[in-house]
Design a protein around this ligand. Structure first.
Ligand code: AMP
Length: 361
């Protein structure tokens, strides 16, 4: 079987690496011919909305998936009519617009911060009056890793926030005073089989995931998270991996966003779960039996962002698993990650501390 992946980033690359042992072949569509996926599969070079290149990809494969969310929905809806395209286009569309996403959360009774749509300074002032401060003004589309966000501390920040982000559709959200951020990753196959991974606890730095601890064991939150994710999986008649990121506040989950794809907070599953999120994603979209999602130990996953320590220094940490994405270093760019799968939480925390102290030469 051949799988087409729109986007050849590190997620696509890890999908291919998980699929090869199953005898699967991968072809990517990406503008950049030296994207991380290029080292493990053929790249069709083209923009995500290039109809001709999309058709070429569709001709070569049995099923199409994607590793990024900024895939133009109109363009892929056309190929989705001719070739299995999973996860469903509707889930991709909902994830691309924070307003649609949060409106859907509300409809499915998944708690989410109070929000209001903002298309003018007057809208923002009205939203601040209604929802209060502090709050976060965000671009509705194409915001990721904390980009396109402005923290509004009080009503006096409205003009500056509007000035900084204005001219594109925005959303104003209540700021959640969270005790922790967690994510749930679930997977549903085309046959309706569904499985959930244990929660991961995520620490961000400047809006970018820095590290995850998994499993984050909390029976009540795990149950809540699975209930909410199940609603989304059913709503979309979903196939593939789906992620929800939550804030934890007052012992409750508040959904921040969903991602209709494999997720950075699930990289620990490569070495730390019985079946990785990547393998389960390909199994799910091919209608194959899903693998066990159980955690094998106590994991920490650390991202290398912007710079990367010397390989020898990383590998000196006992038990470390290192993944380089083969990217040119650039500020705020995820260049690689490493995972520790330890026999106890204490051993995991010791190893994470060691990794966090690694110096970049
Ligand atoms: P996002 O791009 O929405 O995932 O936001 C990136 C990070 O900014 C989140 O992981 C949080 O750490 C922080 N953040 C975003 N929205 C809020 C909010 N409404 N309240 C508190 N923190 C937020």
């Amino acid at each position: 079987m051949r799988i087409g992946v729109i986007g050849a980033g590190q997620l696509g690359r890890m999908l291919a690496l998980a699929g090869y042992p199953l005898g699967l072949r991968f072809v990517f569509l990406d503008q950049s011919t030296d994207a991380p996926g290029a080292q493990v599969g053929r790249i069709i070079s083209g923009a995500f909305d290039d109809r001709r290149k999309l058709a070429e990809l569709a001709r070569e494969v049995d099923v199409i998936t994607f590793d990024v969310e900024n895939v133009p929905v109109e363009a892929v809806a056309e190929i989705a009519a001719t070739k299995p395209f999973l996860p469903p286009v509707a889930a991709l569309g909902a994830s691309q617009d924070r307003l649609h996403e949060k409106t859907l959360f509300r409809k499915l009774k998944i708690p989410t911060p109070q929000f209001a749509t903002v298309d003018s300074l007057a809208d923002l002032e009205a939203a601040i009056a209604k929802i209060g401060t502090p709050g976060v003004l965000k671009t509705r589309r194409l915001g990721y890793d904390g980009r396109g966000q402005y923290q509004v501390r009080g009503p006096q920040d409205a003009a500056a926030a509007w000035e900084t982000l204005g001219s594109v559709p925005l959303i104003y959200e209540q700021f959640v005073n969270f005790s922790r951020e967690v994510s749930i990753i679930g997977v549903r196959s085309t046959r309706g089989e569904t499985r959930f991974y244990p929660l991961a606890a995520n620490t961000h730095s400047a809006g970018i995931l820095r590290y995850s601890i998994a499993p984050y064991r909390n029976t009540s939150l795990q149950k809540q998270a699975e209930t909410y994710l199940k609603r989304l999986l059913r709503h979309f008649d979903y196939a593939g991996v789906l992620t929800i990121e939550f804030f934890v506040a007052g012992g409750r989950l508040i959904a921040n966003e969903m991602a209709p794809r494999v997720h950075n907070s699930g990289h620990w599953t490569i070495e730390g779960a019985q079946t990785s999120q990547f393998e389960n994603h390909v199994r799910a979209i091919l209608g194959l039996p899903l693998g066990d999602t159980r955690a094998l130990g106590h994991c920490a996953m650390l991202n290398f962002i912007g710079t990367i320590p010397a390989l020898g220094n990383i590998l000196r940490v006992s038990g470390v698993h290192f993944h380089s994405y083969g990217k040119e270093p650039r500020p705020n760019r995820k260049l690689g990650h490493c995972t520790i799968n330890a026999p106890s939480p204490a051993a995991r925390d010791r190893a994470l501390k060691q990794l966090l102290r690694l110096k970049v030469d």
